[in-house]
Design a protein around this ligand. Sequence first.
Ligand SMILES: Cc1ncc(COP(=O)(O)O)c(C=O)c1O
Length: 403
Amino acid sequence: MASKDASTRKEHGFATRLSHGGRAGTHIHGFVNPPLLRGSTVLYPSVADRIAFGKKRMEQELIYGVMGSPTHHALEDVIAEIEGGTRCQIVSSGLAAVTTPLLAFLDAGDHCLMPDSVYGPARSFCDLMLKRLGISTTYYRPDIDEGGLAALIRPNTKVVYAESPGSHTFEMQDVPMLARVAHAHGAKLLMDNTWGIHFFQPFRHGVDVSIQALTKYVVGHSDVLLGSVTTNSDADWERLRGTALALGQYASPDDCWLALRGARTMGVRLDRQMRSGLEVASWFRQRPEVRQVLHPALPGAPGHEIWKRDFTGACSLFGVVFDPRFSVEATQAMVDSLTLFGIGASWGGYESLALPTTGFITRTAGSGDFGGPACRFHIGLEEPADLIADLERGLAVLRDYPR
Ligand SMILES: Cc1ncc(COP(=O)(O)O)c(C=O)c1O
């Protein structure tokens, strides 16, 4: 719902939709923000009302806490709008946003295709949980061509999954091609769009179900875990919503409220972080210690042509591959020496992070060799000049590390 009860959906830009989406106009006594509503039991005026509501579980009706509150629905509306989908389900974490649609669109005996570069815990879910449910997984190279992917499809392939770029090694995927192959064989295309946020419009490129770890830029402050799954057709929504309800998927309204608050400023944060990320990535590219920078928005970087074709911007997460004359231990010492970069998982917060990648990723389809030790950097809201000075000192540690 828009802030003055007028639809902001189609005609307005990203920043306007972030400001006005999911607001209640003047209904909440005129307060700007939707209320934080906590609750399990929802009371009905009569048994007849209870029966009428019970038939509307798929809608944003207030029936019981686990089915959501106006606080959840406000966030769902904002996320559905920025992804260009029709309906959104909030779930407990980004990982739950990966696992819930996999469970929704796969049955016992089915097969799914996952990119070799997929987020590690998604791989574990396939290898551990889906396998136990009798669902098999084949990992494909993220740079696979149309013929290669079609050759991996089996009669029971029901899901093709994409993550573009891979969140550790930044391989771009040809999503429209994946959609063509998936749909030609009756499979759904599920995509983790956390890196692309709104810079990639999944449903315009053939994606059926879009996954976001809201924990990253939407929350933006490294203090909440949350995920979203967005669909663009009634049939996909029914399947997803039914599975989420069956699993008891739920997120705290306090966390949804914080994510909604984060979403209001995400436009300016992303704009700043995109520019800072490109500045630091370009600086890395000039350095003799660096073999290549894995930032799809940099001209000449791996996957840049796909990025230019399909994306309108970039977040501030990228990789750096160091010259092979440096050891993995030397890159670890460099990361240890940084003072403005935290060493930790996740990304999308206001603070910068650095993480060695080499030795921490699993590959089984032959991808992922970049010819040198690699690290992942997340650029926060600090001054880029301060970050670069810190990295400059870090590169001295790298150079001085005993060979
Ligand atoms: C690409 C990607 N998807 C999903 C997730 C999972 O998000 P969460 O940490 O909220 O479970 C992550 C977390 O790092 C991620 O990088």
